[in-house]
Design a protein around this ligand. Structure first.
Ligand SMILES: [Zn+2]
Length: 200
């Protein structure tokens, strides 16, 4: 709320200081009554999240700027903005994902500091990857582990073979190595073909 100063007022009100103060106070109260209801925090943050996620081209509009600056926004303006933004399409994915194609970690097996690591895709469809470390008896989920994995840590044929010799199964598909050639290779024929690993 801007404070009304005596000096800002029309000269006719500035006749005597006391009257001027009185009128100024009244004017402030009148302004307060006329001010529309302010948008709730919930509405503001919803509008802000829509501004961030939708492809709208309204970023420079006064209302959007006022919201971002935390300035006064009326409840009515805020809800109109929300209704306007809601049906708008989502922004395209951030450019960095497509602009700089770098080798990505995908689901599969890796070797980190001498430990076997299994990277898997979350089953909720988000495409998010997570990783489990082999503790010698089972695969144990480790928060944040997937971020330590780099593409060049992908399991080599030698490392897959070492697993097979140790546990008697193919690390990729968990099937027991039963025939002589699989036992010798340390992994199964299908997984070898699928991954271009040495076979026979
Ligand atoms: Zn296999």
């Amino acid at each position: 709320m801007p404070k009304l100063e005596t000096r800002d007022m029309h000269p006719m009100f500035a006749m005597n200081g006391k009257d001027a103060q009185k009128i100024a106070a009244e004017t402030v109260r009148r302004h307060a009554r006329q001010q529309p209801a302010e948008a709730s925090e919930k509405a503001r943050s919803y509008a802000l999240s829509l501004l961030a996620s939708r492809d709208h081209g309204l970023a420079e509009k006064p209302l959007a700027l006022a919201l971002q600056a935390g300035s006064f926004v009326s409840a009515r303006d805020c809800s109109q903005l929300i209704e306007l933004l809601k049906p708008m399409p989502y922004k395209p994915r951030p450019a960095k994902q497509t602009a700089a194609p770098s080798p990505q970690v995908t689901d599969g097996f890796y070797m980190l500091d001498g430990d076997y690591v299994k990277v898997q895709e979350a089953r909720n469809g988000s495409g998010r990857l997570y990783a489990k470390r082999w503790d010698g008896g089972s695969w144990e989920y480790e928060p944040g582990l997937v971020r330590k994995i780099a593409p060049e840590m992908a399991l080599t044929a030698e490392q897959a073979k070492a697993w097979g010799k140790l546990y008697g199964n193919c690390i990729y598909c968990s099937l027991d190595l039963t025939d002589e050639r699989s036992i010798d290779a340390g992994y199964g024929p299908k997984c070898a073909a699928k991954r271009g690993l040495p076979w026979g």
